[in-house]
Design a protein around this ligand. Sequence first.
Ligand SMILES: CC(C)(COP(=O)(O)OP(=O)(O)OC[C@H]1O[C@@H](n2cnc3c(N)ncnc32)[C@H](O)[C@@H]1OP(=O)(O)O)[C@@H](O)C(=O)NCCC(=O)NCCS
Length: 203
Amino acid sequence: MVRHLPFFLSLAATEGTRVMSCFRLETDRLLLRPIERGDLPTLTSLISDWDVAKNLSRVPHPYELSMAEEYFDRQSEGLARGVDFNFGITRKTDSAYMGTCGLHLRDGGRFEIGYWIGKPYWGQGFATEAARKVAGFAFHHLKVEELDAGYFHDNAASGHVLEKIGFEPNGATQLDCLSRGHKVYCHRVVLRRENFAQKKAAA
Ligand SMILES: CC(C)(COP(=O)(O)OP(=O)(O)OC[C@H]1O[C@@H](n2cnc3c(N)ncnc32)[C@H](O)[C@@H]1OP(=O)(O)O)[C@@H](O)C(=O)NCCC(=O)NCCS
């Protein structure tokens, strides 16, 4: 499904059918910007960590640079089609690339948010800060009314991040996990526009 986004027409230069990735979001401590080829060695090193990979559904383990390059091309193509919006999470103080937070348009026409942070940067509120901002992007610019997410049963930290932003339980499913090589029980959650606004105001 291809979306034609007024936001992108106004903010992005177009080159043929490709949308140039020139979007940026800012929070107190973070600059969220398009992933760059230069991030790929760091991305590979951070996402190779089993404790990161095992909590993501589509990340193989072990992980190699060539996989990051394939991912980069795929998500660039997804951005051009309006189905993938991935933000590299960088720290303002030193521009360190720490992880990724993105939105993906699923087959049912609903956007899903996903994220990961490299282990050296855990426990400092970066995932919450990034995911809250990217959720805001989905509500304000992509004009969604609801945003979906999921987290594996043994990933309480991510469940807590989502709950802090305002996500609510929305069922469960068994989801393929590439790194583990089998299906994993996955909690489904949903963020409604009004809940997001309430939680954000209270944060
Ligand atoms: C999950 C993840 C994104 C969290 O990143 P982070 O930057 O450390 O998250 P934050 O610091 O913003 O928030 C984590 C919260 O979970 C809490 N937490 C940490 N471990 C926890 C646990 N085992 N059980 C419950 N809560 C936990 C923290 O205390 C914190 O809450 P607080 O702010 O109320 O104290 C990170 O660990 C990660 O990338 N993991 C691997 C990939 C992944 O899980 N991605 C998400 C897939 S759904």
